[in-house]
Design a protein around this ligand. Structure first.
Ligand code: SF4
Length: 475
């Protein structure tokens, strides 16, 4: 079946043409379907659709067929149910973060979209092959026939329009938002919440950065591991005069729980959120847990913006008081499919991301390539790009991270330099400071996001020694 699915994306152009032709003529069957009765018609159509699309595309009968918008690759085959492009965990060989034995569905989708657009060759401009932004799944449609909807003239799913700056409801900006709109180089840091019901250790670790950073990201079950909830840890920091960025992952909660947590966070003084899809559960300490992935990062951004700017839940129900939040998202310029990463970033900006924090940058040349395209598309003028940097204590620890943490790329030359040093920890720190200096010189970079697991003292030294707080921004 899998080889048939690959064959289908290889022939995406022909399938797309056939689909377009059928879409034009098939509504002619609508009177017949109505005469038979839609329930009876669906009982006949459903098995026919299931058998043929399962054979050709590994279709899962989501009832919202988007094959012609996704290069004839079914996004339901993505273990994270991503609807709007690849997650940040695609492996160096292009295989899936979760299912190592199959190529990422979104690499297939990108190739299919290029074929539909008639683009070939490594240097092809993918702009015209851009796949539209899709709304979150409507699970009430599971198992329904998409063909019947097409016959009846209903779109199976409608692409969502680009977020408009006119939609933004102006609110009193928080300090991270103010920093992002100043000319100062922004510094954020990542702190993992504790495995404890006592907040004292969290407060002490976060307080280490008072006066050194503009905000402190609180991770949300990073790596699929369980810790104190991000919303609680963020609220604790806010209550202690610190500026948290509440990271919201789609892995563990559906849209009802996520919206409730966003409201709760805002009510408890949190002013910044970071929307991300999240690492799969198979990477963490509860691999037997059921992943949720009801939303992906792009649809979560839409939901959060709708709450803040329109005062509406995703259902359309009105909030009594809308939250005021500075809303961010992530990007990974260091994982394949590289050309699609910029399109993925653009989708997030179109969905309303106001700031972006990237995966660890250990390869400045790759970042420069990415930022050239960011500037060409003027994305840095629509959102602030904050580049992830960091350090670990040894070449062995870095090598482990590169092979176990999805989406982290560490060049061999850098590993060799650290391994050859008599003091690996000091060398890794030196490299981090050099990376910060190089990153700060790239036009369009608004700041750095400093990461290093439970390594707060070294991170604070790096921030001080690199002179980050005194830096002005390039362009
Ligand atoms: S790498 Fe990520 S986006 Fe690609 S198929 Fe796997 S889970 Fe989905």
């Amino acid at each position: 079946m899998y080889s048939v699915r690959l064959w289908s994306t290889r022939h995406a152009r022909g399938f797309r043409r056939a689909y377009a032709f059928v879409e034009r003529i098939i509504p002619g069957l609508a009177p017949l379907m109505r005469a038979v009765g839609l329930t009876r018609a669906e009982a006949v159509m459903r098995p026919l659709e299931r058998i043929s699309k399962e054979f050709l595309f590994d279709c899962r009968m989501c009832g919202e067929c988007v094959l012609s918008s996704t290069g004839m690759a079914c996004p339901m085959n993505c273990p994270k149910q991503m609807r709007n492009g690849p997650c940040g965990g695609v492996r160096d060989d292009g295989n899936c973060e979760v299912r190592h034995d199959m190529p990422c569905v979104w690499i297939e989708a990108g190739l299919g979209a290029q074929r539909i657009a008639g683009l070939t060759g490594a240097g092809a401009d993918l702009s015209s092959a851009v796949m539209p932004s899709l709304p979150p799944r409507n699970h009430a449609h599971d198992g329904r026939s998409s063909w019947l909807q097409v016959i009846c003239g209903k779109p199976t799913v409608e692409a969502i329009p680009r977020f408009s700056e006119d939609d933004v409801v102006r609110h009193e900006p928080g300090s991270l938002e103010n920093a992002c709109h100043s000319q100062r180089f922004v510094v954020t840091v990542e702190v993992a919440p504790p495995d404890s019901a006592d907040p004292a250790a969290l407060i002490a670790r976060a307080a280490r950065f008072k006066g050194l950073v503009d905000a402190i990201n609180i991770t949300d079950g990073a790596g699929g591991n369980c810790h104190m909830s991000s919303v609680a840890a963020s609220a604790i920091l806010a209550a202690h005069g610190l500026i948290p960025v509440y990271q919201v992952a789609c892995r563990d909660r559906n849209r009802i729980a996520i919206q409730g947590d966003i409201l709760g966070a805002a009510a408890l003084g949190v002013q910044n959120i970071l929307c991300l899809t999240g690492d799969d559960v198979s990477q963490g300490d509860h691999p037997e847990a059921r992943p949720v992935f009801d939303l992906d990062a792009v649809s979560l951004l839409r939901v959060a913006r709708g709450m803040c700017d329109r005062g509406l839940y995703a259902s359309g129900r009105r909030l009594d008081k809308a939250p005021s939040l500075f809303i961010g998202a992530t990007a990974n310029p260091f994982a394949p499919p590289y050309a699609d990463r910029i399109l993925n970033l653009e989708k997030k900006v179109d969905a309303g991301a106001q700031f972006i924090q990237t995966q660890f940058c250990f390869d400045v040349a790759m970042l420069e390539t990415f930022m050239r395209e960011v500037r060409r598309r003027e994305l840095h003028r629509r959102c602030k790009i904050i580049v992830g940097v960091g350090t670990l204590g040894s070449a062995k620890a870095l090598r482990w991270m590169a092979s176990h943490v999805p989406g982290v790329h560490v060049p061999e030359a850098l590993l060799a330099r650290i391994a050859a040093s008599a003091d690996q920890k000091a060398e890794a720190k030196r490299i981090c400071i050099e990376t910060i200096t190089a990153v700060a010189g790239i036009d369009g970079v608004a700041g750095v996001h400093v990461m290093g697991h439970k390594n707060e003292d070294v991170l604070a030294e790096i921030i001080i020694e690199s002179g980050l707080r005194q830096r002005q921004r390039n362009a």
